[in-house]
Design a binder for this molecule. Sequence first.
Ligand code: FAD
Length: 395
Amino acid sequence: MTPEERSIREMTREFADGEIRPRSAGWDDHRRLDEDVLGMLAEFGFLGMGIPEAFGGLGLDLSTCLAATEELARGDGSVALSVSMQNGPVTSLLLAHASEELQHELLPGIASGARLVAFALGDRGAADAEDAGDAIATPVGDGWRLDGHKHWVVDGDRAGAAVVFARPDPDGETGGGLGAFLVDTSAAGYRVVRRRETLGLCAAEIVDIELDGVAVSADRVIGRPPRGDEYAREVLPLARLGGAAVALGIAQAAFEHAARYSREREQFGRVLTAFGAIRHKLAGMATRIAAARALVRETAVALEAPGAEGGIGLASWTDRPGLSATPDMARWAASHAAVSVAREAVQIFGGYGYMRDYPVEKLMRDASGTGICEATGEVLRIIAARGFGATVATG
Ligand SMILES: Cc1cc2nc3c(=O)[nH]c(=O)nc-3n(C[C@H](O)[C@H](O)[C@H](O)COP(=O)(O)OP(=O)(O)OC[C@H]3O[C@@H](n4cnc5c(N)ncnc54)[C@H](O)[C@@H]3O)c2cc1C
């Protein structure tokens, strides 16, 4: 860890301990964040961690962004989910493919918290680029008209704008590739039709959107349709690593609660840590977190290394000695760690772990979301396996 990364991690931990953790259970109960939270996140720079300083962001490297996201998730997974969306796919897509005018319009607003940008990729709840196809873009004059639906969009209501992926030519010669369009959420025809109620990450704003003849002018098209699939594939590795950081934070919180409880709770006249079975559980939990964190960090460093391309896969791994992990592997390991560590934490709390009065029950629900949201463990393994030349139907 660089000194900068260490100091940002410590500062974020302090912020999360003071401002987020104490309010997390209440947000879970009420299924929403308090209005002031995003303002506070912006004030401390968390929404613009990955945005260059020239646009008002902190310009942090990927490893440091992920370390801070993990600490925020240790405070609350829903908060960290929003932060990871802004710093990951949204920021990197705008930096790589939006016009200079759009970058100047949007990036300072994201960094200051004035205007979040949602990332609306999936239609039927599938985040894999190939499956995102229900929204249609029709050329009208110099611009476009969007119709259709986008499902399960994080912050799709509170955001001031959304990057909407839609197919410009569903049955045509371009093979139905996607376009990426910037839509103001106040535009006529952009409607939030449903807010989803989830098992975990309950305070996250996850909404379904209807697009009914939304007009998009030519200067608000990102890159060139139909290359949106390519852009999505470029930025999804960052979404994967952001999700991995969220999973690590949830796992770390569950571990810390379980370790503390084990030292305090007495049974048969001894604290729980006197029992080998409990110590072995704690050792296994700590090991799974440390291993996943190392994988996430190594992948982040490799992605930013000179010459590294976004969207590295196993094929490039075999060609590049020293690069031993991909974002898909890292995300899978981190989600797996979160689910198993949170489950063990509930077990260590015994009956109390099953009660809503104690924090590990929520963490177990939140952890389960990290194994599904954005890409499931099964799909991550399929993507990782592509590099081995396996022929896999990704229905
Ligand atoms: C909290 C949360 C937030 C989300 N936020 C967003 C968002 O902001 N934007 C967005 O676009 N989407 C979002 N999603 C959607 C998420 O990305 C999808 O739920 C996820 O990709 C899985 O797709 P699905 O739900 O359609 O499941 P399905 O694809 O129907 O999968 C069902 C089951 O089949 C398995 N499966 C699927 N295909 C295969 C295969 N080829 N081989 C083997 N097994 C397979 C899956 O692993 C799973 O177990 C969110 C989801 C959650 C839970």
